[in-house]
Design a protein around this ligand. Structure first.
Ligand SMILES: [Zn+2]
Length: 398
């Protein structure tokens, strides 16, 4: 009936477009599949991209929403892609562009997946939404749930930045603070979603509809550059932004709009880096990160405790693309935050500046070569974790 359905990433079983999170046959995670031939024969990709409407919804035929559903939107997407100007050493010999996702309505890239997820909740007739979040997903879920008129409950680890918690409350969300890491919040939210019959918006790979919103990042990067970057650098927890972005490029390849794919780089903070550890060890599967997850980059500190297969999905995309996984330390994060603010005029969240730190590392190791085109994604705004940054600079304590 529709041009999209859900497919199990483990066994390949197809499912109709319903609010599902796991394969009914094997329990594997689901992703959205499309009848691209039908979609592009009705509307070529170039014509979608040429629409004058702003933001992600000009690409709605490539998003998992029914044609008669009104999008839940706050004007997300259409963020600037800025050439790096004054960062000195990091721009030596190659061209660096910064995709500034802090220009989204709730100041982070999460508005892309949450706009799509809340629209999906609307099309399924659901009245309640629930999610686990390190902060940004919860803020975006709260804003879009308010916009859609749905009840929203968010589970957050106690260490989430105060600015984000206050923002969620301001949107009228029910906030549940969980002792432990993001993975503990994940478990609590899954139980509650089941109990309430609520749509689970948790932005790992859990909600297949949310993941699709991330593809629009790729469409926009290409629309701005009119070419494919050699490298795309993205901070990752579980990594749906990285995978979603790569899927967007694969779709443009299929549509005949581009003729090659970028190398994808996932960046994690060294204090919690399960994907980086597996990449460096040459392993095929990501294992959960045990012990401390302490890092200033709270937004990407995900130990993947009960869903390491999400990390494995991201690792597979990184490898397929010929990319890399890079770990960066807290002192590097603080230095890059200052550099990005003072030299480029972009105040980025601590998790986000890891992308810039990774550009430096890849340049230093010779992976990025002279003449190459690099896009680093600045995923969120620095105003959202200002207190944590100030406290650490004063006291050295997270
Ligand atoms: Zn399956």
């Amino acid at each position: 009936m529709y041009d999209f359905w859900l497919t199990c990433t483990r066994c390949g079983t197809g499912h109709p477009a319903l609010p599902l999170y796991r394969c009914r046959a094997c329990g594997g995670s689901l992703e959205v599949s499309y009848d691209y031939k039908a979609i592009f024969s009705r509307l070529p990709f170039e014509r979608m991209a040429a629409r004058t409407s702003p933001g992600i919804w000009k690409y709605r035929e490539l998003l998992p929403v029914f044609p008669d559903t009104d999008p839940v939107t706050l004007g997300e997407g259409g963020t600037p892609l800025l050439p790096s100007g004054r960062m000195g050493s990091t721009t030596g010999g190659f061209r660096l562009y910064l995709k500034n996702e802090s220009a989204n309505p709730t100041l982070a890239f999460k508005d892309r997946p949450l706009s799509v997820a809340l629209t999906a909740a609307r099309q399924f007739g659901l009245t309640e939404v629930v999610c686990a979040s390190t902060g940004n997903t919860g803020v975006a879920a709260s804003a879009y749930a308010a916009r859609a008129g749905l009840r929203c409950t968010v589970y957050v680890p106690a260490a989430a930045p105060a600015e984000k918690l206050e923002a969620m409350k301001a949107y009228g969300t029910v906030l549940e603070t969980v002792t432990g890491s993001f993975s503990d919040a994940y478990a609590a939210s899954a139980g509650e979603a089941l109990r309430l019959g609520a749509f689970n918006l948790t932005s790992t790979y859990l909600n297949p509809y949310a993941v699709e919103g991330n593809k629009t990042l790729a469409y926009e990067i290409f629309a701005s550059l009119q070419t494919v970057p050699d490298w795309i650098i993205i901070p990752v927890g579980a990594g749906p932004l990285l995978s979603g972005c790569y899927k967007g490029f694969r779709e443009m390849l299929l549509a005949g709009v581009i003729d090659r794919l970028p190398r994808m780089v996932g960046v994690q903070a060294s204090g919690c880096a399960p994907i980086v550890r597996a990449f460096q060890a040459g392993e095929q599967e990501v294992r959960p990160w045990s012990g401390s997850t302490a890092t200033l980059a709270s937004g990407i500190a995900d130990p993947l405790s009960t869903y390491p297969e999400d990390g494995t999905r991201t690792l597979a995309v990184i490898r397929e693309s010929g990319g890399a996984a890079v770990g960066v330390s807290d002192p590097e994060i603080l230095r890059c935050r200052r550099m990005l603010a003072e030299r480029e005029g972009i105040l980025a969240e601590l998790s986000s500046v890891t992308a810039v730190a990774a550009v430096e590392a890849l340049c230093g190791s010779g992976a990025i070569r002279a003449g190459e085109l690099v896009t680093a994604v600045v995923t969120g705004h620095g105003i959202k974790d200002m207190t944590a940054a100030i406290n650490f600079e004063k006291t050295g304590v997270e």
